[in-house]
Design a protein around this ligand. Structure first.
Ligand code: DQA
Length: 148
């Protein structure tokens, strides 16, 4: 059975490349998407890559992942630090979620240290820039291996 992973990106990540490159690096979201597709080919898995600036749309996409994907890589952007609704959505869908951030959220402003995603994620990857995306895919595959 071919594994399928949803890679879901939240608000403002569509602006990567031009958005605070000193914090988030020069890589665009399209570059990251291409990187993820190359990685998926190597791993022999399927991926769907998506982005929304809207909390409700992100929740709808998480709900729709049930029965379609085996796991999720989620960069919820600033909703990480505010959204009980996203946390509840993850709790409700019974799919493993890897929380991902390009920047090291623990080394920035105090408010970024709070994550509503962390308590319901299987783990968190942050601080490795765009390279975190393929790392998160590896993490999910490792989790699948251990849970089979
Ligand atoms: C981010 C970190 C968040 O604190 C921030 O609001 C983002 C991006 C990251 O990838 O480093 O939008 O999730």
């Amino acid at each position: 059975m071919t594994r399928s992973i949803l890679i879901l990106n939240g608000p403002n990540l569509n602006l990567l490349g031009t958005r605070q490159p000193e914090v988030y690096g020069p890589t665009t979201l399209a570059d990251i998407e291409a990187m993820c597709y190359r990685k998926a080919k190597v791993l022999g898995i399927e991926i769907v890559f998506a982005q929304s600036n809207h909390e409700g749309a992100l929740i709808d996409t998480l709900h729709a992942a049930r029965g379609v994907h085996d796991g999720i890589v989620l960069n919820a952007g600033a909703y990480t630090h505010t959204s009980v609704a996203l946390m509840d959505a993850i709790s409700s869908i019974m799919l493993p979620v890897v929380e991902l951030h390009l920047s090291n959220i623990h080394a920035r402003e105090e408010f970024r240290r709070t994550s509503f995603i962390a308590p319901v994620a299987i783990g968190q990857i942050c601080g490795f820039g765009a390279a975190g995306y393929p790392l998160a895919m590896d993490a999910l595959l490792s989790y699948f291996g251990e849970t089979e």
